[in-house]
Design a protein around this ligand. Structure first.
Ligand SMILES: CC(C)(COP(=O)(O)OP(=O)(O)OC[C@H]1O[C@@H](n2cnc3c(N)ncnc32)[C@H](O)[C@@H]1OP(=O)(O)O)[C@@H](O)C(=O)NCCC(=O)NCCS
Length: 146
């Protein structure tokens, strides 16, 4: 699998980005200032992610998504490991905002709990967001030293 940076026609990957963030409006707020990376499996785009600069020393993983039919096969972990390696050339820390369902994924790659943003999912999205029938309200952020 091969990592590629995408600078043009970023909207071509919206179908993937919407798997991790249900609001196109929210995606538009970080897609153009952020760096979009995809993971290619031959001609197939298997995953996409956006790294967003927060400061000279910290970036935020704003979105990471694997094609639905390929989830749970280790592709997300492999992709994030490659992104961590790449980001470590420029940044000292990577931050990520999670939902309860994805905390385990990040913890398994060495991210540690940092802080909680109360009501994030209520305040930033026009519609309530549900994950496995439970409404997402607060966002818990995790950070990794690169
Ligand atoms: C989250 C996501 C990127 C992980 O990629 P993946 O290829 O499915 O994950 P992997 O197969 O590499 O799994 C890595 C670990 O995370 C866990 N995990 C992966 N996806 C999970 C999910 N949706 N819920 C709970 N645990 C999950 C796996 O159990 C695995 O842990 P284990 O090895 O201890 O069992 C992928 O499932 C996805 O695109 N989900 C939808 C979009 C999304 O929610 N993105 C995150 C936004 S915060």
């Amino acid at each position: 699998m091969e990592l590629q940076k995408i600078d043009n026609n970023k909207k071509d990957y919206l179908h993937l980005l919407l798997l991790a963030d249900p609001s196109e409006e929210a995606i538009n707020r970080y897609l153009y200032d952020g760096e979009l990376y995809i993971l290619k499996d031959g001609p197939l785009t298997a995953a996409a992610a956006v790294l967003y600069p927060l400061s000279d020393e910290e970036c935020e993983l704003k979105n990471i998504a694997v094609l639905e039919r390929l989830q749970g096969k280790g592709i997300g972990s492999e992709f994030l490991k490659q992104l961590i390696k790449l980001a470590s050339e420029k940044y000292s820390y990577m931050l990520v905002g999670t939902t309860s369902q994805t905390e385990r994924f990040y913890k398994s790659l060495g991210f540690e709990y940092s802080h909680t943003i109360p009501n994030f999912f209520v305040d930033n999205y026009p519609e309530p967001i549900f994950e496995n029938g439970i409404q997402c309200i607060d966002m818990r952020c995790f950070r990794k030293k690169l």
